[in-house]
Ligand binder design. Structure first.
Ligand code: ADP
Length: 268
């Protein structure tokens, strides 16, 4: 099947606003008895034709650690994307509101969830390009899932897509992306290291007081984010592997998953 699920406007009920992101507003909704999140794409902001083609690819990705896209409603303007509803919102806010209350084991579980979703994307040869805690969502039973995969490619606004610009996620990006826009699963691995850092820093913003330009200079000088106080040494070592200068020196998600899953419990 190479068609996405076309969602009929009459089957979709829209409710209150949940938040707004770079692509437009997200509202709560109901579709076929299921609670859903509906992303209403800002008009003129994405390339609709490319986007429709890509939605077909995205619709084929199924994994319990990925926020599921149920379908697309193209008969309405703006185009709406209909997603699995995630009761506990985005991971960065979830971490912030629970500061001091998350155990190291729960934090490790969050990293494992994200790593599992990413290992699946890696095995599907799909590059996320914008992995960060703000792009992970938390379900009703506190499971973390990866969201917004591959979306940045459809943005026209080069404030997002050029690494020189203000809205580019510089603090989550490896040197080869900042220098040559060379995205790969290994650039996602770098970003995953920053996500682990965010988890163990309870949702703090990486390089809090530094500008993007200062961050680039410090990366070039070989500096990296510091070990989070709450992270076990073994987890910090994995973060550092994710931040190896050369992409080929970084582990794959498959290896990271294995390593995270086999950390000795007594170290935590
Ligand atoms: P951004 O573009 O900044 O990544 P999004 O557009 O993905 O943000 O989402 C904006 C907000 O809408 C999120 O912070 C979250 O609170 C809410 N949201 C997005 N997707 C979902 C979902 N599937 N379930 C519940 N809430 C969601």
């Amino acid at each position: 099947q190479d068609q996405w699920e076309e969602i009929k406007p009459e089957e979709l009920t829209l409710g209150q606003e949940l938040g707004s992101g770079q692509f437009g507003v997200v509202v709560e909704g109901k579709w076929r008895e299921k609670k859903v999140a509906v992303k209403m794409m800002k008009e003129g902001f994405i390339s609709e034709e490319d986007f429709k083609d890509e939605a077909k690819v995205t619709m084929k990705l199924f994994h319990c650690k990925l926020v599921q896209l149920y379908g697309v409603c193209t008969q309405r303007s703006p185009i709406c994307l209909v997603f699995e509803f995630m009761h506990n919102g985005c991971l960065s806010d979830y971490l912030k509101t629970r500061r001091g209350r998350l155990s190291p084991n729960v934090m490790l579980g969050m990293c494992l969830d994200v790593c599992e979703g990413m290992a699946y994307l890696e095995s599907s040869n799909f590059i996320h390009r914008d992995l960060a805690a703000r792009n992970c969502l938390v379900s009703k039973n506190n499971e973390v899932k990866v969201s917004d995969f591959g979306m940045t490619r459809f943005v026209f606004d080069d404030q997002y897509t050029s690494s020189q610009c203000s809205k580019f996620p510089v603090k989550w990006s490896p040197p080869e992306v900042l220098r040559y826009s060379k995205f790969s699963s290994k650039s996602d691995v770098w970003s995953f290291g920053v996500v682990m850092w965010e988890v163990y820093n309870e949702g703090r913003f990486p390089y809090e007081n530094r500008t993007n330009a200062e961050v680039m200079d410090s990366l070039n000088a070989g500096q990296r984010l510091l070990m989070p106080r709450l992270a076990p040494k073994s987890v910090h070592l994995l973060m550092e592997e994710c931040w190896e200068e050369k992409p080929e020196d970084r582990p794959t998600f498959a290896v990271l998953l294995h390593e995270l899953a086999s950390l000795p419990v007594e170290l935590l």
